[in-house]
Design a protein around this ligand. Structure first.
Ligand SMILES: [Zn+2]
Length: 294
């Protein structure tokens, strides 16, 4: 009990620190979005406006991850027996759909601009300077997130994302120089298309995974065949029926099963071994119904 209490306390401390880190990263990136969008509109640069759209999506994602932390600690109630944890899945799905819409509109806008190349007048210098500020903002975000990334899978994802965003900003700085040096204005919508492609490549996996989770598919990180095999190998277990594995939230999984054991088996002992095997498979919350085969 004592140990459990301490462990719980440590978890809460990490979550509190994570919240602060996310709030800092959100404010930092939101300020940059406003700056980049303003620069983009005033210097007629689609690549800046597109990257502002991309970073706006990132701000939303960070906000949703923060919300997921809060929801994942929500306590079960009489009517909401799982708490509000499943909302993390719905939020993840909505976020992915929103991101696809943003990427789609950037692609549409880029093609429209490419077809009307004569009207393009992006300011290469402004693009480079703004993207350089972006590098600083991304580097600061990376530094913030790097402190706690070992404790949480979402934070590790955000860390890697901000790191790749740094590379993207470096690319935009170079594109700005090229536009200024050569006058090749078409590079501006081309960079926008690359940004949209980058966004889509990042989100498609999340879209598929969160859709599957919303219809209670087994999460990607869990191997159901391996779990069933390890359960069947337990001495006394003869058959498993109605095996269900489903996500309770984006980070937690539940399992229920009907297990038939041979006559004369100590059911409590078997249940304990089964639960340990299931836990090894990555599922903490399991409910088993043990029956005697006849
Ligand atoms: Zn990004």
């Amino acid at each position: 009990m004592e140990h459990h209490h301490h462990h719980h306390h440590g978890g809460e401390k990490i979550t509190a620190d994570l919240k602060k880190i996310y709030i800092c990263a959100i404010i930092l990136n939101a300020l940059f979005v406003a700056f980049e969008a303003w620069m983009g509109f005033h210097t007629d640069s689609l690549s800046l406006v597109s990257d502002a759209g991309h970073k706006l999506v990132d701000v939303f994602s960070l906000g949703l991850t923060l919300l997921a932390f809060v929801l994942s600690t929500s306590r079960p109630g009489r009517k909401f027996t799982f708490g509000f944890r499943k909302l993390t899945v719905i939020i993840s799905l909505l976020n992915a759909v929103f991101v696809v819409v943003v990427a789609g509109s950037i692609i549409f806008e880029s093609i429209e601009k490419m077809l009307d190349a004569a009207s393009l007048s992006p300011d290469g210098e402004a693009i480079s300077i703004t993207a350089a500020v972006g590098i600083v903002v991304n580097a600061l975000s990376v530094t913030l997130l790097s402190h706690k990334r070992k404790h949480d899978v979402n934070t590790r994802g955000a860390f890697i994302h901000m790191l790749t965003d740094c590379l993207l900003s470096i690319g935009v700085v170079i594109a700005g120089f090229v536009i200024k040096a050569t006058g090749f204005v078409l590079l501006d919508p081309i960079v926008s298309l690359c940004i949209a492609g980058f966004i889509l490549a990042n989100i498609l996996g999340v879209l598929v995974e969160s859709f599957k989770m919303s219809i209670d598919a087994v999460p990607e990180s869990i191997d159901p065949a391996k779990i069933e095999d390890s359960m069947l190998k337990v001495e006394g277990v003869e058959k498993i029926n109605r095996l269900h594995i489903w996500p309770v939230s984006t980070t937690e999984t539940a399992l229920t099963a009907e297990v038939f054991v041979s006559p004369g088996t100590d059911r409590d002992a078997v249940a304990e071994v089964l639960k340990a095997r299931i836990k090894e498979g990555g599922i903490d919350d399991s409910t088993l119904e043990l029956r005697q085969s006849c």
